[in-house]
Design a protein around this ligand. Structure first.
Ligand code: UDX
Length: 456
């Protein structure tokens, strides 16, 4: 992994740097903390989960993220990165405080901001001098202003006269490449309200400024909106190609070539044009719902976003139907499922299409054998309700042995290199559902598989 290219430069900047606290040692917080330490700063990562913090101190990383363990180990050893549960000390000792806590989805599609405001209250409680408070959690437009108000109200009540700044600094980290995305971002978005806050933030990200990474400096609301608009747009783009793929199947077109042809138009770009069983993960489903709700709340319906949310659910159902309509009655049939995480290089199954698809197949009577290079731990509890029909296997060959069909739901690259002749031999049936279009139809048919991709 090419993350450590600028050590000398970073250390030079580090000598100028601020003391930073990152509140929340979850996915975003941990990557932020470790990468800011890589930029040479002194970082304390805080979490109220004592077991997590103790584990981190022993080098136990609670998430699977390539490159993160090495960074944490290195900077913990060099004392640039520390872990604590003591928010009082961390607030008192830092001038820059990142909020990177969970913002789960509520029943109505809105965002539960209770953790963000809890941190704001804690900061107000322990604030002892000028602080820059940066929101990294994904929060609806207007939240930074509310955080500011929450802290101001508490300080006013306590008659404390301390100045502080609130900054909106959304992250654009993709799971599986989050470390690289943080160290080499496309852009840094800063919502600020003062020149002094901008100056400090430019110092925090000084190593990136020095490498020509563009900075967008704007107001709080615009920065918050950029994050939602970017994620919603990508979700729409995926959904668009999924729907085009469905049509391609009916009219005899090949979506892979359609997407390649579209992507060569530089205004479109080939990125995020791969059809599949529907997008998942902790961001797209949550952020599209939150943006749609913001639209409804403001009487500005975001119809494309609303439709995308629905179409993505329909896509997962279509995958079940595709299997059912081709295999017929699934009672007594076994399906070997390869990949259950929402994408490769992560153990995360939040909103993974596999959750809906496997449940649907079991409801139709199928037995499932699963192999995922990283997803078993999470899969065991997520599929607990259908555990009598789901068996976890230790490799791809065990998962497909004597199965009637193979179903690829996540494009882990190791699946690309499977021994297909051996697999064909081991299978009971010959159905091959490749819902990530990893293989070539003609080659698969030549091997004797009944092959079904998406949109081809
Ligand atoms: C996303 C954004 O990319 C990132 O900028 C943001 O900060 C967080 O959300 P992430 O959820 O980690 O990142 O995954 P991403 O790689 O964007 O994929 C999301 C989902 O879309 C996955 O389920 C993936 O399989 C699917 N996808 C992606 C497609 O189906 N087709 C594509 O072409 C691209």
């Amino acid at each position: 992994m090419k993350t450590l290219e600028w050590p000398k430069f970073i250390i030079k900047w580090g000598q100028l740097m601020h003391k930073i606290t990152v509140v929340g040692a979850g996915y975003v917080g941990l990557v932020t903390g470790a990468c800011l330490a890589e930029f040479g700063m002194k970082v304390a990562c805080i979490d109220k989960n004592t077991a997590k913090i103790n584990g981190l101190k022993k080098g136990k990383i609670p998430i699977y993220e390539p490159g993160l363990e090495e960074l944490v180990e290195k900077h913990y050893y060099h004392k640039r990165l520390n872990f604590t549960t003591n928010i009082k000390n961390a607030v008192e000792e830092s001038e820059v405080i990142f909020i990177a806590v969970d913002t789960p989805t509520k029943e109505d599609g809105g965002v539960d901001l209770s953790s963000v405001f809890q941190v704001a209250e804690d900061i107000a409680k322990y604030i002892n001098g000028n602080k820059i408070i940066i929101n990294k959690s994904t929060v609806p437009v207007g939240t930074a202003q509310k955080v500011k108000q929450t802290i101001s109200d508490i300080l006013l009540k306590k008659n404390i006269n301390i100045t502080f700044d609130v900054v909106a600094n959304p992250e654009f980290l993709r799971e599986g490449s989050a470390v690289n995305d943080f160290l080499k971002p496309d852009r840094i978005v800063l919502g600020v309200e003062s020149k002094s806050a901008e100056k400090v933030m430019r110092e925090v990200y000084g190593v990136l400024d020095g490498h020509g990474i563009p900075f967008i400096v704007t107001n709080l609301e615009t920065a918050e909106m950029i994050k939602y608009a970017a994620n919603a747009f990508l979700a729409i783009k995926i959904t668009f190609i999924n729907e085009v793929a469905n049509l391609c199947e009916k009219v005899g077109a090949d979506v892979k070539i359609v997407a390649a042809g579209m992507g060569m138009d530089h205004r479109i770009s080939p990125e995020f044009l791969q059809p599949g069983p529907g997008y998942g993960g902790s961001c797209f489903p949550k952020d599209t719902k939150a943006l749609a709700k913001t639209g409804r709340d403001n009487n500005v319906p975001l119809t494309l976003v609303e439709q995308t949310i629905t179409a993505n659910e329909v896509q997962k159902q279509r995958m079940i139907e595709k299997i059912y309509s081709n295999m017929g009655n699934l009672k007594g049939k076994t399906i070997g499922v390869l990949g259950i995480t929402y994408k490769p290089e992560t153990d995360d199954m939040r909103e993974a299409p596999s959750l809906v698809i496997l449940e649907g197949l079991v409801q139709k009577g199928a037995s499932i054998k699963v192999y995922d290079p990283a997803g078993e731990k999470e899969g065991q509890w997520r599929f607990n309700h259908i555990k009598n029909n789901v068996v976890f296997c230790s490799n791809e060959y065990d998962a497909i042995k004597e199965a009637d069909a193979i179903l690829i739901l996540t494009d882990w690259s190791q699946f690309k290199h499977m021994n297909l002749d051996y697999i064909k031999d081991q299978l009971r049936g010959n159905y091959f559902f490749d819902f990530r279009n990893m293989f070539d139809r003609k080659a698969m048919e030549a091997k004797g598989f009944q092959y079904y991709g998406v949109g081809r």
